[in-house]
Design a protein around this ligand. Structure first.
Ligand SMILES: NC(=O)c1ccc[n+]([C@@H]2O[C@H](COP(=O)([O-])OP(=O)(O)OC[C@H]3O[C@@H](n4cnc5c(N)ncnc54)[C@H](OP(=O)(O)O)[C@@H]3O)[C@@H](O)[C@H]2O)c1
Length: 249
């Protein structure tokens, strides 16, 4: 089925923030949402849950760390939809609860590398795979889920845990948007990062003040920017500031 609808891909979206971003995008007119993730059964379950709310979304398997999985994903997008317009790089891991994450000096380098593989190289891999398809229709909106814990400006004085694997990997992700924002300047493919705030999810834990639904609002705003909108930016969660608010890198 080739479609004239805009096609939106959300990575790691059968639960947590990704699921809420997918749900909010699916409520908008003229957008076909693709839920994606490593576990097919969970993906189909998420589609079913949204179908019960009257929202028709599809599932495609995707492991953002795996070249072959991304290749299969891109082929399936080509065959089934013929386009991709929106990419939300949401899939992420946070190993901060492991003891070695309390100190940069003792952080396990294996953990640093595996966290980078999901949180920064994964989104870069998806950008490399999908931006050529976006160029075919001269339209693209890319949103990377980052965190204000990755703001180099804030780090010297902030009160968050050191969490070196997580923070370094999200700093890398910020670099992806910054560099690609420059390369995509003067195109209609806009890439921006945002911090969703601290949310009740498997990563955020039960004490977080925000719901995933609240954290999803800014992603939807950035995924539907008008032509000429922000390029290569880093935003805070909008509800905190009553509107779009740029964070320092
Ligand atoms: N929660 C917070 O307070 C908070 C704050 C700032 C930023 N964030 C960011 O928000 C994003 C979503 O996290 P969340 O809070 O919603 O946590 P979550 O519920 O644990 O969701 C993370 C998602 O990423 C998926 N994932 C992990 N590795 C993957 C891989 N290799 N390929 C594809 N999918 C993969 C997970 O799937 P599996 O179940 O298969 O592992 C899961 O669906 C992350 O990027 C996180 O860093 C969260």
């Amino acid at each position: 089925m080739n479609t004239e609808k805009r096609v939106a891909v959300v990575t790691g979206s059968y639960k947590g923030l990704g699921f809420e971003i997918a749900r909010k995008l699916a409520k908008l007119d003229n957008i076909q949402v693709i839920i994606s993730g490593r576990d097919k059964a969970k993906g189909l379950e998420a589609c079913e849950k949204l179908a019960q709310q009257g929202l028709e979304v599809d599932f495609l398997p995707l492991d953002v760390t795996d070249d072959k999985s991304v290749e299969n994903f891109v082929n399936a997008l080509h065959e089934q939809y013929g386009r991709v317009d929106i990419l939300v790089n949401n899939a992420g891991v946070n190993p901060a609860k492991e003891a070695e994450e309390g100190s940069v000096l003792t952080a396990k380098l294996d953990t640093v590398i595996s966290t980078f593989a999901v949180n920064s190289v994964g989104p870069l891999r998806l950008c490399q795979a999908l931006i050529p398809m976006m160029k075919e229709h001269n339209y693209g909106r890319i949103v990377n889920v980052s965190t204000e814990m990755a703001s180099l400006n804030y780090i010297p004085n902030d009160y968050y845990p050191l969490a070196p694997s997580y923070r370094l990997s999200k700093i890398g992700l910020n670099g992806v948007a910054c560099l690609l924002g420059r390369e995509l300047k003067d195109t209609n493919i806009l890439i921006n990062n945002y911090s969703p705030g601290w949310m009740k999810t498997d990563i955020g834990g039960a004490d977080a003040p925000l719901t995933a639904e609240e954290g999803a609002e800014t992603a939807v705003y950035l995924a539907t920017l008008p032509d000429g909108g922000s390029q290569g930016g880093f935003f805070a969660e909008m509800r905190k500031f009553g509107g779009p608010f740029a964070l320092p890198w």
